[in-house]
Design a protein around this ligand. Structure first.
Ligand SMILES: *Cc1c(COP(=O)(O)O)cnc(C)c1O
Length: 427
């Protein structure tokens, strides 16, 4: 693999390189275990003295190829695939923070992440404070505490469609020796590579665009490499001996990728949350066409946003790629190739009119999913975000009339015609 290849090429070619006479297409290693000729080989694997596979809860060759592909696309040093996007975010944080620690997160987040942070991780003793994504650097710095272990945000928030000023958050976090974790699910590495702007860890729900066909739930955590865990002084778990691995010191034995090795051998091992080989296979197939799909998602979403904006039945449209949108400048900076395939709008007549439109759509299906190649719609207030209080919903950017459209890759004329006929039902 050549590391100067462009994303379009990496999406197709990276991760799996067959040898002479081997399968052209990534094979499925649907095997829990791997055979060795002698005891010492396996002992060395357990001691992390040599690389290899022995049990698919820790690592598997099919999953490994997907991890290498996403690592190449994001421009990082290593990645660990997980059972879901939720697990990617949970494990990324738990790799840095434990009971008694603090994490600072942007308010505009995916509903499942809000629940994870405000309930499950809090019950585990990790305190999470929220900060507005448009907070200035001084406000971010003021919210950081002596026990803060991570700053967390989404590149393009689901569903608020707020674009993160990655450089601003990275600068504030780095001043205190704290890594910035960015959930890059919506832009994908085709539209934005957060590492280029200072993020240290990137997470994905691969369930979304990376799979793109809505077949497989999965997640991934990618490490940029080069974060100075020692200088930070906040991470003894990285710089002091790990008793569960005979005193291994991650920053010494795995200096190039201590975050990923620790995540895999502590958390994936102990909680048992790897991505399944079959899901990795499906996700890899989807990822091969990621670059061309993202192009079409972006052009279709912009065209639908422009159509809705001038429609007499529509009260407002949010799409960061739309000139005049509050997020337009940030989107131009961080995702100049396009602002992804998700837009939100409100129908004149509010929530009830919105329901009429959703029920009247034919091509666009009502699905609790986003970012696949078929156009789908969702009403977050009554679906994905219904476990949140009204205040939490508003903080996450969800108004009662908001309809989220995941614009697919069908012909734009058919998508527009479908929304037009459905909107006219409200007249
Ligand atoms: C869907 C989603 C998640 C959760 O991913 P799952 O694969 O459903 O567990 C996390 N972050 C964002 C931005 C998402 O859209």
């Amino acid at each position: 693999m050549q590391n100067n290849w462009k994303p379009e090429t990496l999406a197709v070619q990276a991760g799996y390189t067959p040898g002479n006479g081997e399968a052209r297409v990534l094979p499925l290693w649907q095997s829990t275990t791997f055979k060795y000729d002698d005891v010492q080989s396996v002992a060395d694997l357990f001691d992390l003295k040599r690389e290899g596979f022995f049990y698919s809860r820790l690592a598997n060759p099919t999953v490994d190829c997907l991890e290498r592909k996403i690592t190449a696309l994001e421009g990082g040093v290593a990645a660990v695939a997980t059972s879901a996007g939720q697990t990617a975010n949970a494990m990324a944080l738990m790799n840095l923070a434990s009971a008694g620690d603090h994490v600072l997160a942007a308010t505009s987040l995916y509903g499942g992440t809000v629940t994870l942070f405000t309930h499950t991780l809090r019950r585990a003793g990790i305190q999470i404070d929220f900060i507005a994504p448009d907070a200035d650097e001084a406000a971010i710095e003021a919210a950081i505490k002596p026990n803060t272990k991570a700053v967390f945000a989404e590149t393009l928030a689901n569903p608020a469609l707020v674009v993160l000023d990655i450089e601003r958050f990275a600068r504030a976090a780095h001043k205190f020796g704290i890594p910035l974790i960015v959930d890059n699910t919506f832009p994908t590495p085709i539209l934005c590579r957060p590492f280029d702007f200072g993020a240290d860890i990137v997470t994905h729900s691969t369930t979304k665009y990376i799979d793109g066909h809505a077949t497989s739930v999965g997640g991934i955590v990618v490490e940029k490499g080069g974060f100075d865990w020692k200088a930070s002084g906040r991470f003894p778990g990285f710089t002091e001996p790990d008793d569960s691995y005979h005193g291994l010191i991650y920053t010494e034995s795995f200096a190039a990728m201590p975050f990923s090795v620790k995540l895999r051998v502590q958390l994936i091992r102990d909680y048992g949350v790897p991505q399944s080989p079959f899901n990795a296979l499906m996700t890899n197939f989807g990822c091969e066409t990621l670059a061309i799909r993202m192009e079409r998602h972006c052009t279709n979403a912009l065209a639908l946003a422009e159509f809705l904006q001038q429609h007499p039945c529509v009260s407002w449209v949010n799409y960061p790629g739309l000139p005049g949108d509050s997020q337009y400048e940030l989107a131009q900076k961080y995702m100049p190739r396009g602002a992804s395939g998700v837009l939100c709008f409100g129908v004149k007549g509010g929530r009830q009119a919105g329901e009429i439109v959703m029920n009247a759509l034919r091509l666009a299906a009502i699905v609790v999913h986003v970012a696949d190649l078929r156009t789908g719609v969702l009403h977050p207030a009554s679906m994905t975000h219904r476990q949140l209080s009204d205040e939490e919903q508003l903080a996450a950017g969800v108004s009662p009339d908001l309809i989220r459209v995941s614009v697919g890759i069908e012909h734009i004329d058919d998508i527009i015609a479908d929304f037009d006929q459905a909107l006219k039902k409200t007249l």
